[in-house]
Ligand binder design. Sequence first.
Ligand code: SF4
Length: 491
Amino acid sequence: MRASDLVGCRYRLRQRRAHPETPELPDALIRQPQIDAARAAVFELLPVKRALGDGAGKAFVRVDIDPAGDRVADTRAALRRRAHLITNAALAGEVDGVPAEADVDVLVRTERGYMPVVISNHRVARPHPDEHLEMVPTGRLGLGQPIRVGAKVRHHTVDGYRVAMAHLLLGELADGRAGVIGQDRTRAYLCDPARFVESLTRVLAAELPDEPKRLKQCAACRFWPLCEPRLVELDDISLLLPGGRGDVWRERGIHTVQQLIDEAPPEPAALARAWRAGVPVLRRPGVAAAAAQAVPRADVEVDVDMEAYLDQGAYLWGTFDGVDYRPFVTWDEVGGAAEEENFAAFWSWLMARRASAHAEGKTFRAYCYAAGGENHWLRSSARRFSSVDEAEVAAFISSDEWVDVFAHVRRSLVGTDGLGLKVLGPVVGFEWEDDDVDGERSVALRRAARLGDQAARDMLLRYNEDDCRATRAVRDFLAAGAPGIPVLGEV
Ligand code: SF4
């Protein structure tokens, strides 16, 4: 049992044990070089000897364990040697009677024992004026004392389990503290692994499920070809209601789609029937075709779609005016001058389009699909960058000229798999040029684009353009009365 087996789907461990031969999916293989690169970058920063001020005459032992060897045995040997730094370490033993293994990127000897340090691809802390964390620069691990810095921790369950597992497996050798190196590879933030022990042992003690349950992560799981037929055989309710969405029915003894059809109240039963019939989108009962036209139109219309890089900044504001797609994009690092310049260019273009429409006596509206992300980055950009007037942005967001198409769709329609743009697109006859670029893939593409990869840049722009055009296509479809969409309950 590893920490990664304890988050997300717990059935995966059963599948991994039963079908170890199942190959990784291409996306996971693409991720591995990134993980390896992160580890290599950290190992490069770690000290190999003492600096002058550290008593250069004293011994400093760093052991880099061969990933292809017997890492557990080699780690034990390095611990016996009392090495100061052990990279690529692996610990094995039992935690609460459960056989457990922990990959520990770095084991650091301190005056108290050994401190596990893990490398995470998450952002693990962010600067903060009032909160403080202890931090050791990566280049001083094994040599320097922690320093207090103004930062606030960002907790990620899997990182917590990793350090807690390593802490427990170290037993009496444990220092009692642990470190996590996040996206800023130069800093190891210290934490108290004991904080995560209680929830770790609770999850460890929980029985593994006997059957699969569809979750969001199934879409990117190598075991889906094995789980899906079983779910179909079981007619499991998670086929229609993934994750926790089916719990409310399971609590009432409803476990299958057929039971939902037979026993649930009219609306969920009708939705289940539609799903069974392969109908993804339905019109809400009582909503006449004309009501679907309620998305307000304007003489000058612009569809907007934004792409952000993690929580660090928005690098692409795409616009489509019905004729031309115009992206405002920066391939430089976000969070600074490049992002500000790009956002200001987008904003002034949008406001200029609006002003010229008004000057000609025309109405103007900008649209997006599910405005949460756009609104967040509109507000955040205006707040962070002084070149754009925050009040002007806030006034625009709350005006009738900024329209969330999704809010209108939700009033008129209901979907068996939600009403996301990717669900609606095919229903209204829109096709994306590229396959779905999910969050993780878009992060990888953005990284490649930053490094100058033209194919990645083209793909991100193409995808953004298609999202803008799809938003427009959905609006046009609604304006046409959502033709061909059956009424919920009539399928
Ligand atoms: S396909 Fe889904 S249910 Fe099956 S192991 Fe993967 S995540 Fe779990």
